[in-house]
Design a protein around this ligand. Structure first.
Ligand code: GTP
Ligand code: MG
Length: 290
């Protein structure tokens, strides 16, 4: 049963008793909010319910939505037409970075927010990663700037920026490697790539998006924290929302890193990406009618 549905049945009760609050807290932990956040949310909710005399589940759920709302923040990070915009997609293995890079390129070209886009194969760790991006490039008619497997990802980014300038492209979306087994290496590599782009792109046109798999639970929160220590993250892309039974993870990450979500992806197709809408997200999370 989906987390929202379980919450719906729990909060369907006509009068909430004292011992029910603990169960709600457990339910929120199961929904991937994390223990500390869940406890804090329930504490706030209890206070609000007491203050406004709410004793029934439906009333409590509406108030719970209010308690969680400050953490569900959206940010619009669309390209600004007229000059080069650079996006770097970060995240651990398999979260959907390469797929999201292709989705974003297609979305912004279709919307007329980019006239000419390039994809940069910054994941040089695996040969298959470069091929995968090239495959998307071929399908979408977008050139992919790549080097040999094992080459320096910073050099690939450097090439991509030079190519964008030479060819008059206004959008570069860079894929990156998601391996995490050596945090120090990852951090060093990200910092280096970051420096190369920062030196050549205006701040407001250079965005780092952290891609998070909604199905992966609290591990993803720790990973997000590690990335955010290495570089400034501008926003989240929440993927696999179609197969996530929970979805509270995004809220936990937004709260912990104090960042907002830009996009939410709910499928493998190129058009399975949409702007993050806090109201809709919270309603779905809490099993409410939107
Ligand atoms: N259902 C679903 N599948 C997705 C979504 N986004 C990506 N995927 C799938 O998840 C798998 C991994 O996606 P990739 O884009 O290769 O992930 P990655 O982060 O580049 O992975 P690595 O390069 O191995 O680090 C692929 O099979 C994608 O089709 C989504 O929103 N929903
Ligand atoms: Mg990839």
């Amino acid at each position: 049963m989906k987390f929202g549905d379980r919450l719906r049945s729990f909060l369907g009760m006509s009068s909430i008793k004292d011992e029910d609050w603990d169960e709600l807290s457990d339910l929120l932990v199961e929904g991937d909010l994390g223990a500390a956040f869940a406890e804090e949310a329930v504490q706030k909710l209890k206070e609000r319910c007491a203050k406004s005399g709410v004793q029934d589940g439906a009333g409590a759920r509406a108030l719970l939505k209010e308690v969680l709302a400050p953490y569900a923040r959206a940010v619009s990070l669309d390209p600004v037409p007229g000059a080069l915009n650079v996006y770097m997609l970060l995240g651990v293995n398999g979260v959907g970075k390469t797929t999201s890079a292709a989705k974003l390129a297609r979305r912004w070209l279709d919307a007329g927010l980019s006239q000419k886009a390039l994809l940069a194969a910054g994941d040089t760790f695996r040969a298959a990663a470069i091929d995968q991006l090239k495959h998307h490039g071929q399908k979408l008619g977008i050139r992919v700037v790549a080097q040999e497997p094992g080459s320096d990802p910073g050099a690939v980014l450097y090439d991509a920026l030079a190519a964008a300038q030479a060819e008059g492209a206004d959008l570069v979306i860079a894929d990156t490697a998601g391996r995490m087994h050596n945090k120090q290496n990852l951090v060093r590599e990200l910092e280096k790539m970051d420096k190369i782009v920062s030196a050549r792109t205006k701040d407001e046109r250079y965005r780092k998006l952290l891609v998070v798999d909604a199905t992966t639970g609290q591990n993803a929160l720790r990973q997000a924290e590690a990335f955010s220590e290495a570089v400034r993250i501008d926003g989240l892309i929440l993927t696999k929302y179609d197969s996530s039974a929970k979805g509270g993870l995004a809220l936990a990450i937004m709260r912990s890193l104090n960042i907002a979500t830009a996009f939410i992806c709910d499928g493998e197709r190129y058009d399975s990406i949409r702007a993050f809408e806090p109201e809709r997200y919270l309603a779905e999370l809490l099993g409410m009618e939107p």
